[in-house]
Write a protein that binds this ligand. Structure first.
Ligand code: UTP
Length: 291
């Protein structure tokens, strides 16, 4: 019988050096996009996609995430006493929104290693990986779109976006060909990490969402460390490709790299403009700037 995708793994043990000095003490996953930490956007996307269990891979100094998704008795009691019912609801919602487990990655040995840390908790079933830095604004949650493809095609699915020109060199890039039946699906035959423009096998750049079969765990266990002594997830997926079908999927929606200062600025402007309570005011403010 086909197994359902019930679990999402959030690797969040990286050092976040691109966002220093903000991330010296505060985990980058806790940086606020408007008024919510970026990891909360990912957890909400997972829940809206039917995920029942969230596993966050944490590391040293990342305790704020655990506190965030927990009850804060002092805060809740104070809000209750002051009659701030709406804010109390916001605080309680965050603590109860998901079933969350935490696994500690003791050393940042790479994204592949971080995913491998979830092996025992995931067990022998397909699962999702969400990189919390990648915040995706979509009508149908990106992960839901991917799970639909996974269920239909019965193969692992990697989220991609089409990247034109030299910017492609910042991404992992898929090799293969577009699916004849569905132009959003890409039949993947290989992948290249951060290629030069002239060496890029396609314009399909990998972004931070995956739906993977549990075979990936065994393959990651035998993956030798690559660039920078890290175990790369893409090396594990390359091995998976030799045994199983892997698809790229150009999701519908817009992705922001909130782990990067410029990406965070873009996300802040666009998410703020969408907020009913001050979107109009913010639009007027932006228009008034001497740009
Ligand atoms: P990044 O490449 O964004 O690295 O990792 P980083 O260390 O978090 O950030 P910068 O580049 O120094 O600014 C991609 C994802 O993989 C996780 C990160 O937390 C991030 O979500 N990761 C990376 C781990 O969980 N463990 C690792 O060993 C490496």
């Amino acid at each position: 019988m086909k197994k359902k995708v019930r679990t999402a793994v959030f690797p969040a043990a990286g050092l976040g050096t691109r966002f220093l000095p903000a991330t010296k003490v505060i985990p980058k996953e806790m940086l606020a996009l408007v008024d919510k930490p970026i990891i909360q956007y990912g957890v909400e996307e997972a829940i809206e996609s039917g995920i029942e269990h969230v596993i966050i891979i944490t590391g040293r100094g990342k305790g704020a995430m655990e506190d965030h998704f927990d009850h804060s008795f002092e805060l809740d009691a104070t809000l209750e006493r002051r009659g701030k019912t709406e804010l109390l609801e916001v605080s309680r919602h965050v603590a109860t929104m998901a079933r969350i487990s935490y696994v500690r990655q003791k050393e940042p040995l790479g994204l592949g290693h971080a995913v491998l840390c979830a092996k025992e908790l995931v067990g022998d079933e397909p699962f999702a990986v969400i990189l919390p830095d990648d915040v995706i604004d979509a009508e149908v949650p990106c992960l839901k779109q991917m799970i639909d493809v996974f269920n239909e095609r019965e193969g692992s699915v990697i989220a991609t976006q089409t990247v034109e020109g030299p910017a492609i060199s910042a991404y992992g890039v898929l090799a293969g060909s577009p699916d004849p039946k569905n132009p959003r699906i890409f039949n993947c035959t290989g992948m290249v990490e951060k290629p030069k423009l002239e060496d890029a096998p396609s314009k399909q750049a990998i972004i931070g969402r995956y739906v993977l079969t549990p075979r990936i765990f065994e393959l990651l266990e035998t993956t030798t460390p690559g660039a920078g002594g890290e175990i790369q997830l893409t090396d594990g997926i390359k091995a998976l490709l030799k045994e199983e079908k892997v698809y790229g999927y150009t999701f519908e929606g817009k992705r922001f790299d909130a782990g990067d200062k410029f990406g965070m600025l873009q996300a802040t402007v666009e998410f703020a403009l969408k907020r009913p309570e001050f979107g109009e005011k913010f639009r007027e403010y932006l228009k008034s700037l001497p740009l």
